[in-house]
Design a binder for this molecule. Structure first.
Ligand code: FES
Ligand code: FE2
Length: 423
């Protein structure tokens, strides 16, 4: 990084970043406006807003928003802030409503954010135009069931922003085994570290066998074998453009539709197979059960959502050294016969990602340590250069290297640098 640099963008280079990226409150403030108020930020999965009237309250960066589906089926994202004196309109995480009435002075708004009613309207003659006081709206678009919103009033479409990551979203959604995907449940936790420590983690294959040793020891040999990708040259990471990256740990499971039928189903799912076989044909059972461990890759979408195994991981920056993580478990949205599949998927999810699981607590310890260590040696850089010399373009043109290499982080920091440099 440049000595005496004054622009935060100068603190990231192609092979290293400055430790102050995790600790400097001014850099954090700039990230909130330059990145989180300009990017497409993930806000929901469509299954959370399946019916007209469904809503969800969440955040885009640090700004509270409500995501709704109106009576015509259109999705909206708007600031969770009354146009009168700024009270939050909705404190419920999700639900169904006809609209929102502010608890302070009862201004009421429709599901599309339009101001509908004001109590005791006398006093507002000649000084208030209702049509001008809708809730502030964010652009909202969805792809493959993933709903994103942005404060950027113009600029690229969501599809252009996702670019080559769309193929991987399509593949990820195949774990419904022919059924759509729905959210099964979620849980949240905070860690005492900067949001970029999490951003770096999802396509960091290097830490897996080290940090997740206890998880590896807790699963059956078949599962452990499937995850032993460290020395497999076919396990690779691609940079997909715009900060997105994908890490393929089990490449033969990247596209679940590709199945020559020779791979046996895992013995740990025998009871699921026996149950499903009572009502579903063999091919359908195979499809659903084969998808039960996810898709064999982790997809990281800049800046706030990643997709891995059978869940989405959503990050929300709170302050320079505090980040909220939400794990959203997903499964097929099918007939009741699939309940056993979704129950089992939740158990697998809890085993790794759950608060009493083996994986996430171990990751969180690592993230806390990065934050604490980053305060030491402020002049020492954070390295993201692993595999730089062996990175090549894939046939699709994606910068590609081994799954243990830091290609994903370099991709994210290249996007970070570009956005932080813009004025
Ligand atoms: S602050 Fe919402 S109605 Fe007054
Ligand atoms: Fe991890």
């Amino acid at each position: 990084m440049t000595e005496n640099a004054t622009v935060p963008a100068d603190f990231a280079e192609s092979d290293r970043v400055a430790a102050r990226l995790y600790t400097d409150p001014e850099i954090f403030e700039r990230e909130m406006t330059q990145i989180f108020e300009r990017s497409w930020v993930w806000v929901a999965h469509e299954s959370e807003l399946a019916q007209p009237g469904n809503f969800k309250s969440t955040y885009v960066g640090r700004q509270p928003v409500i995501v709704t589906r109106d009576r015509k089926g259109t999705l909206h994202t708007m600031l969770n802030r009354c146009r009168h004196r700024g009270a939050s309109l909705c404190e419920k995480p999700s639900g169904k409503a006809n609209g929102f009435t502010c608890p302070y002075h009862a201004w009421s708004y429709g599901l599309d954010g339009k101001l509908r009613g004001i109590p005791y309207p006398d006093g507002y003659e000649g000084v208030l135009e209702k049509g001008e006081l809708s809730l502030k709206k964010l652009r909202t678009e969805s792809y493959g069931g993933m709903v994103f919103a942005t404060f950027a009033e113009d600029g690229e479409s969501l599809e252009d922003f996702l670019g080559d990551a769309k193929l991987w979203i399509d593949r990820f959604m195949k774990q419904g085994g022919g059924y759509p995907i729905k959210v099964l449940g979620k849980h949240q936790f905070k860690f005492r570290g900067n949001w970029k420590i999490q951003l770096e983690n999802t396509t960091d294959g290097y830490h897996f066998p080290i940090v997740h040793r206890s998880w590896m020891a807790s699963v059956d040999a078949e599962t452990a074998d499937m995850m032993s990708f460290m020395t497999d040259p076919s396990a690779i990471t691609h940079a997909l453009g715009n900060g997105h990256s994908v890490m393929q740990m089990v490449p033969e499971h990247s596209d679940l539709d590709v199945d020559d039928g020779t791979e046996p189903l895992q013995a740990r799912f025998d009871h699921v197979v026996a149950e499903l076989s009572k009502t579903l044909d063999e091919a359908q059972v195979r499809k659903v059960v084969r998808a039960m461990h996810g898709t064999g890759f982790n997809l990281n979408l800049f800046p706030n959502v990643s997709m891995s195994a059978a869940f989405f991981r959503v990050l929300r920056p709170i302050s320079v050294n505090e980040t909220l993580i939400e794990h959203v478990a997903i499964g097929p949205d099918g007939p009741p016969e699939l309940d056993i599949v979704n129950r089992e998927r939740l158990r697998i999810h809890e085993h790794f990602q759950g608060p009493f699981g083996f994986g996430t607590p171990d990751d969180a310890e690592g993230w806390d340590r990065v934050q604490r260590g980053a305060h030491g040696g402020p002049d020492l850089p954070i390295l993201v250069n692993r595999g730089l010399a062996r990175e090549k373009a894939s046939p699709e043109g994606w910068p590609t290297s081994h799954v243990t290499d830091e290609t994903g982080m370099r991709a994210a920091y290249a996007q970070w640098k570009e956005m932080m440099g813009d004025d």
